[in-house]
Design a protein around this ligand. Sequence first.
Ligand SMILES: Nc1nc2c(ncn2[C@@H]2O[C@H](COP(=O)(O)OP(=O)(O)OP(=O)(O)O)[C@@H](O)[C@H]2O)c(=O)[nH]1
Ligand SMILES: [Mg+2]
Ligand SMILES: [Zn+2]
Length: 294
Amino acid sequence: MMPQAGQIIQGRGGLYTVRDEQGQEYVLRAKNKFRRAGLTPLVGDRVMFSPGHLEEHGWLEDILPRTSQSVRPPVANITQMMITLAPEPMPDLLLADKLLVFARMQGIKPLLVVNKADLDPGLHQDLIKAYQQAQVDVIAASSVTADGLEALRKAMAGHLNCFAGQSGVGKSTLITALTGVALETGEVSLKIRRGKQTTRHVSLLEQDGFQVLDTPGFSLLDLPEDMEPEHLRDYYPEFVSLQAGCRFEVCLHDKEPGCAIQEGAFNGRLDPNRLARYRVLLGLQKEKWSKRYA
Ligand SMILES: Nc1nc2c(ncn2[C@@H]2O[C@H](COP(=O)(O)OP(=O)(O)OP(=O)(O)O)[C@@H](O)[C@H]2O)c(=O)[nH]1
Ligand SMILES: [Mg+2]
Ligand SMILES: [Zn+2]
């Protein structure tokens, strides 16, 4: 029989659940050739498969080329990343910036979601100001008041979306509010006490018009070690129009004399805190780059 086309929506214990275009689900095993090739099937992968008979599991035959991929969490073909922040836990903007770079490197469209807007509506305005020049759309949302849910659904249409961000910002609660599918959620204080994330597996949900992944992780995201430090600046759109004015052509905007980006941060043309965080990421990337053969 000819293999059929489908998409992996869940993977657990070496078994993969694949959904075909008619919405029919199949449980499959991966052929050994994938392991031999060092290729791990990921949730989000578009695949060719042979369904099993009766109680027997079928087989994953082929994985189609990916448009994007992430190792932690293991997901493929994301087209939009909702970088989620909230008044509680305290926003980690270094993580948000890292996620922004990661998304832009892979051609994934980033979006900032300021969740739990019911707790502090001011955070939304602050982040709009901080990220305006970074060319990211910012949407405020709350599962408690249902604010922003329509705007989010509209933004998510036609995309394979994932929600990324610190544990406890309300990603699962928001996905439940958006889709009506009940997901595991947990108290922030409990998460901190146990040091554990509530969501432990990746799952792909489908609604009329959009797909969304609930994922653990992304909070430990590492930028790839094979990215030269001088390329980090390419993922900061607010640098582009100004950096032509730097004295050095390949200015890293770190401590170089005559740096137009440094000047821009002084005179309010870009957010000085975002530049400070860029320099932290630059330092980390330099260190990684110098150890890449170790
Ligand atoms: N006030 C308020 N609390 C919320 C909102 N959304 C979620 N919460 C609470 O925040 C806590 C964490 O929510 P989760 O959905 O489990 O967070 P998560 O981001 O999925 O966390 P991990 O799965 O651990 O990464 C829960 O106690 C939720 O009830 C909101 O819009 N407003
Ligand atoms: Mg969760
Ligand atoms: Zn510069």
